[in-house]
Each structure stands twice: as structure tokens, then as C-alpha cells.
Ligand binder design. Structure first.
Ligand SMILES: CSCCC(=O)C(=O)COP(=O)(O)O
Ligand SMILES: [Mg+2]
Length: 261
């Protein structure tokens, strides 16, 4: 098995989730269908609660922005007026969320609501976060070698903590020094990686980012971050050029930390 050495100056490993620590199928076949199945009932049950009101407010803000950017068709535009007809208002939110999910959008508004909806399912043991078997042992080794390990996912920080806190291997939250989501910026924008470096308090060059998505890899590189592309079953096929340009791994166990035996 070929190993990939991270640069000697790396002090932080920044990890994507879907397609990197976790199979894409877990997200597409378990997490997302759960939302589609329970969305309407969830909104009806929680509509008057502050958390749900904030989620709907954020979705409306996003819908306003989508209208300005001509991104949404009329059926997907959330009415900005306050509805007296609760059923109609809920239907509009459902349509908007389903439309965003069909396009696999990564908006903070969508991800925040999803995180809140998954909470009950994880807590009740109806969902357990899938994590590839090579992930936890590798992270434990990196941490023993003095590296810091952070997560950067489009899934909300709360959704990230649920996935690792209620994982198939138990509570894995102690593997991480911190979490970032799209509140720091989209994963396909280089500024987001600069902000993460600032937040952690190290230069971007000291961070190695592991992801399956080459648009994210390019954005991170632009910020000066070192990148390793993770190839897992079901991930998006890489072009020949991408295969030559990036260091590739199929398992975290292939990562070599310079100076370690
Ligand atoms: C971590 S919660 C579920 C995953 C999710 O909603 C998502 O959008 C995954 O995005 P990633 O940036 O981890 O590829
Ligand atoms: Mg990913």
C-alpha cells in the first residue's frame, strides 16, 4: 500500500466528512431520506418553538437571496409575508427544503434545519453515524504525534457532533480539537480556509486538508493549504489530470507523518 507523507510543517489536519470520514451512501441513503420523510411532521410539531422559528427565518433569508440571484422558480420562493394560514406556510417551507435538497445545496439555512431534525433520531438510536474503520485509529495516532485535528463540513457543527457523538463506534467526539461549518464560509471558496487558519491560529501552509471534492481541494490550495484527495467507494470519479495533480489516499492508514516511526 502506497503511503503519502504530509509536509513536515503540518500541525493541523482538517477533515471533510461525506466521502472522507464517512461513506456518501450514509448521507444519501440514511440522513437525507430521514429529512424528506419527517419534514412536514417535524415542522408541524415544532412550528411555534424558537429554534424552529429561527430555522424558518434563515430559510426565508436564503430564499430572498435566491430570488435576488434568480436562482429559484416561483414554487420554491418562500413568501416573505407572515402567514396566518400555518398549513400553507409549512407547505411552502417543505417545498423550499425539498427543492434545495434535490439540488444538494449546501446552504447554512438548509444544513441548520437538517441538524436540528437529526438530533431526535440520533438520541433515540434510530440513526448511528457511519465512520470508515480506518478513521478513528489514524486520528488517535496523529493526535499522539502532536497533530491537531479539526472537521470542516457543509453539515452544521451540530450535525457533525451528532454523527461522531452517536457513531457506530460510540462517542468519537474526543478525536477532534474543533469543528467548522459553512458559517465560516462555503467550502469551495478559498477565503474560508484562510479564515479557518486565522481561527485556529496557524498559517494556512501548516494545515493539511483531506477531502473527496476537487472544487474544495482547489479552494484550499489557493489559500496555501496542503491537500490530499480521499478516494472512497462511490466518490465522484477524478479526471486523469486530477489524479496526477493531487496526492491520493484510499484509507487514512496511508498517511505518513514525517519523523514518526
Ligand atoms: C455532517 S452532517 C451530514 C452531511 C451533510 O449534510 C453534508 O452536506 C456533507 O457535506 P461534506 O462537506 O461533509 O461533504
Ligand atoms: Mg465531502
Amino acid at each position: 500500500m502506497a503511503t503519502v507523507a504530509i509536509p513536515a510543517n503540518t500541525s493541523v489536519l482538517l477533515l471533510d466528512i461525506e466521502g472522507t470520514t464517512t461513506p456518501i451512501t450514509f448521507v444519501k441513503d440514511i440522513l437525507f431520506p430521514y429529512i424528506k420523510e419527517h419534514l412536514e411532521d417535524y415542522l408541524s410539531a415544532h412550528w411555534e418553538e424558537d429554534e424552529c422559528k429561527q430555522d424558518v427565518h434563515l430559510l426565508k433569508k436564503q430564499a430572498e437571496e435566491d430570488t435576488r440571484q434568480h436562482r429559484a422558480g416561483p414554487v420554491h420562493v418562500l413568501d416573505q409575508t407572515v402567514h396566518t394560514d400555518e398549513e400553507k406556510a409549512i407547505r411552502e417551507v417543505v417545498d423550499n427544503v425539498l427543492w434545495q435538497m434535490a439540488a444538494d445545496r449546501k446552504t447554512t439555512a438548509l444544513k441548520q434545519l437538517q441538524g436540528h431534525m437529526w438530533r431526535a433520531a440520533y438520541a433515540a438510536g434510530r440513526i448511528k453515524g457511519e465512520v470508515y474503520q480506518d478513521v478513528a485509529p489514524a486520528i488517535r495516532r496523529w493526535r499522539r504525534l502532536g497533530l491537531k485535528v479539526y472537521i470542516y463540513s457543509s453539515g452544521s457543527v451540530e450535525a457533525q457532533k451528532l454523527l461522531f457523538g452517536y457513531s457506530v463506534e460510540g462517542d468519537l467526539l474526543d478525536l477532534f480539537d474543533g469543528h467548522f461549518d459553512t458559517n465560516i464560509g462555503p467550502k469551495v471558496e478559498s477565503k474560508s480556509y484562510q479564515r479557518i487558519a486565522d481561527r485556529i491560529g496557524c498559517p494556512p501552509e501548516d494545515i493539511t486538508f483531506l477531502t473527496d471534492v476537487t472544487r474544495e481541494a482547489r479552494a484550499a490550495e489557493e489559500a496555501g493549504v496542503n491537500v490530499i484527495v480521499v478516494v472512497r467507494p462511490g466518490n465522484m470519479e477524478l479526471t486523469e489530470e486530477e489524479k496526477t495533480h493531487y496526492s491520493l489516499i484510499t484509507s487514512f492508514s496511508q498517511m505518513e507523518v514525517p519523523g514518526s516511526a
